[in-house]
Ligand binder design. Structure first.
Ligand code: FMN
Ligand code: SF4
Ligand code: SF4
Length: 310
């Protein structure tokens, strides 16, 4: 079986998961093409996602698309991957597996959104996966959420995903079912309802009102922010980073901020958001299960119920 995996991963966790998937699939005689579109000049500086994917993606039976959860949503550029896929034909497979990584707090509707987009692209969702990862927004806070994840704890889940893919794709095509409904796993609490209502842009305006600001007096011209930006917003002009990309906007991933050696970039999470992430907040409840494959199997279901009662 031939598999195409496409991933957008500003901080590298989703890419790490994709690489483990690739390794596991290859060891089981699947032919895998892994395409990481993060920081791709053609896509983000020339705005040619569709053309690029058409040129690069090789014929396959199954397509897996992965990206991070931002504000409970499937991140916008990861969404765009699925939106630009041609309808299935001889080259483009009709079977799909979306996967996400998230900071362990709220994956809310991310997998559901990815599944819906695959459905609109006339593909059949056969499985979906969420993997708990380090919450990158806690990198410079006093407390960290899920530091060093994904790690060994994720291996058996990714392995199980690959085994279930093999089991499903070995069935007669008429017996393969679309399991998209299983991605609607988040109950409607008021907070989660809020996330459903708020788009990613609105969220960014509320949580990072000032966005990213560069203090050019402190900047030493190293160019690291330009190299790290997942959507290629900046280029170095006269030795300083300048925002010249007309097509894309800042997604507030904080990669530039975390990598600036001169402390020249400010990225201020608002106080309410910091409190919201903090273990002291009443909203700070880790999602259960942390990592899972959907649809859950019977054993997973009972496990989930026990965790929820806790
Ligand atoms: C702007 C932003 C919003 C985020 N929103 C959420 C969220 O709603 N829930 C969550 O659990 N984690 C959230 N995270 C954490 C990321 O989903 C997590 O770190 C993910 O693994 C990042 O993927 P990547 O390393 O592939 O970029 C957010 C991170 C950023 C930067
Ligand atoms: S990473 Fe910091 S010091 Fe380096 S170019 Fe960017 S703003 Fe300047
Ligand atoms: S400017 Fe900084 S925060 Fe914004 S997308 Fe680029 S790296 Fe991320």
């Amino acid at each position: 079986m031939k598999v195409a995996i496409i991933v957008f991963s500003p901080s590298g966790h989703t890419l790490k998961v994709a690489k483990i998937m690739e390794k596991s699939m290859t060891s089981k005689d699947m032919q895998v093409q892994l395409l990481d579109i993060t920081r791709n000049e053609k896509i983000f500086r020339e705005n040619k996602m569709e053309q690029y994917l058409k040129e690069k993606i090789e014929p396959h039976d199954l397509i897996c698309v992965g990206g991070p959860v931002y504000a409970g949503h499937f991140e916008g550029n990861a969404k765009n991957i699925i939106k630009t896929l041609p309808y299935p034909d001889k080259k483009w497979g009709a079977l799909a597996v979306p996967f996400v990584t998230y900071g362990g707090l709220h994956s809310i509707i991310a997998l559901k959104e990815a599944g819906n987009l695959f459905h609109k692209s006339k593909r059949m969702n056969i499985l979906g996966m969420k993997i708990a990862a380090f919450h990158t927004l806690t990198k410079t806070l006093a407390f960290k959420i899920n530091e060093n994840k994904p790690g060994k704890e994720a291996l058996h889940i990714i392995e199980e995903l690959v085994e279930r893919i093999i089991e499903i794709t070995n069935r007669d095509f008429s017996e393969i079912k679309d399991i998209q409904k299983s991605f609607d796993y988040t109950p409607f609490t008021s907070e989660k309802f809020g996330c459903r209502l708020l788009g990613q842009r609105v969220f960014r305006k509320i949580v990072f009102p000032k966005g990213v600001e560069i203090d050019y007096d402190k900047c030493n011209g190293c160019g690291l922010c330009t190299e790290r930006c997942p959507v290629n917003l900046y280029e170095m002009i006269d030795g300083k980073p300048q925002k010249t990309n007309p097509y894309f906007e800042c997604i507030c991933c904080a990669e530039c901020y975390h990598n600036c050696p001169a402390n020249a970039i400010s990225f201020d999470l608002t106080r309410p958001e910091r409190h919201h992430l903090s273990p002291k907040s009443k909203h700070h409840k880790m999602e259960s299960s942390q990592s899972a494959i959907y649809p859950l199997q019977d054993a997973d279901l009972s496990n989930d119920k026990i965790l929820e009662v806790d």
